[in-house]
Design a protein around this ligand. Structure first.
Ligand code: IPE
Ligand code: IPE
Ligand code: MG
Length: 257
């Protein structure tokens, strides 16, 4: 359904978030609610991904991050992990053409070297094929953990210091931000988490410092354009103060976004 068929949800296109991040949660509960095995929820979640990517692109949101698989998700039963890996593989193979047609660049976040070779290769191929696309960036967080991200950044910075390339005095927020897996992406302006859970679950820790948080009970497989627009409308009602006073103009964090 075209976006302008939802007149009730007024979204001001001049005040859109630059970067929206989504914790896509609730696939298992969606399946259980429909009397289906968990993997059917994951399968159906793919339609939500497509719908949200299209909606974000149509609106002109330049960055969208999708949290697809956490480091902790490796602890799920191996049959579920295998199914998810198969699903990611199939998504990458089948969606790349569509992403190219829409001029969407894909970047991968997380410890992707932990992925099975087939998935790693498909991901690398999609990233490579789409690298020059400019209309929008979709970041897929696969095997991502916020704490591990910080630890990896600390290791890289420590190595630079040990190599004599960097002095500890020179380390600032930008140094850390650059070494995170998200280095080069702006911080998210809006985080959406579906399925009613009110937690971060080891997603972006450093990056969410001043992100607006939006939680919805809608389960990920039910999440569509309408829900995305509702989140954007809620975001636009927020006043982002960045620690300053109302309408404070020049705060350094604001300038980043
Ligand atoms: C999100 O749905 C998908 C992944 C974490 C990979 P879940 O599988 O966590 O679904 P629930 O939370 O059990 O309903
Ligand atoms: C967070 O969801 C991870 C992703 C959506 C990829 P989980 O379902 O893994 O989080 P918890 O276990 O409810 O905290
Ligand atoms: Mg979950």
């Amino acid at each position: 359904m075209p976006l302008n068929d939802f007149p009730a949800l007024s979204v001001d296109s001049s005040r859109l978030p630059r970067h929206v991040a989504i914790v896509m949660d609730g696939n298992g509960r969606w399946a259980r609610g429909h009397g289906l095995p968990r993997h059917e929820g994951h399968r159906r979640g793919k339609d939500s991904v497509r719908a949200v990517v299209e909606a974000a692109r149509e609106l002109g949101i330049p960055y969208l991050t999708l949290f697809a698989f956490s480091n902790e998700n490796w602890h799920r039963p191996s049959t579920e992990v295998s199914f998810l890996m198969q699903l990611f593989h199939r998504y990458l193979i089948t969606e790349t053409k569509r992403l190219m047609k829409r001029d969407i660049r894909v970047v991968a976040l997380g410890e992707t070297d932990r992925l099975p070779p087939r998935v790693r290769q498909a991901l690398a191929a999609t990233v490579e094929a789409t690298r020059d696309n400019r209309t929008m960036t979709v970041a897929i967080a696969l095997s991502y953990g916020g704490r591990q991200d910080v630890v990896n950044a600390v290791k890289a910075i420590a190595q630079s210091v040990a190599d004599g390339k960097l002095s500890p005095d020179e380390i600032d927020e930008q140094t850390v931000a650059r070494e995170l897996t998200t280095g080069g992406l702006p911080d998210p302006d809006l985080l959406i988490r579906t399925s009613g859970e009110l937690r971060i679950s080891n997603f972006f820790l450093f990056q969410l410092a001043y992100t607006e948080l939006y939680f919805t009970d809608t389960l990920w497989p039910d999440f569509r354009e309408r829900d995305f627009l509702a989140a954007l409308a809620a975001y636009q009602l927020r006043e982002r103060r960045f620690g300053a006073v109302s309408n404070g103009a020049d705060h350094p964090l604001r300038a980043q976004n």
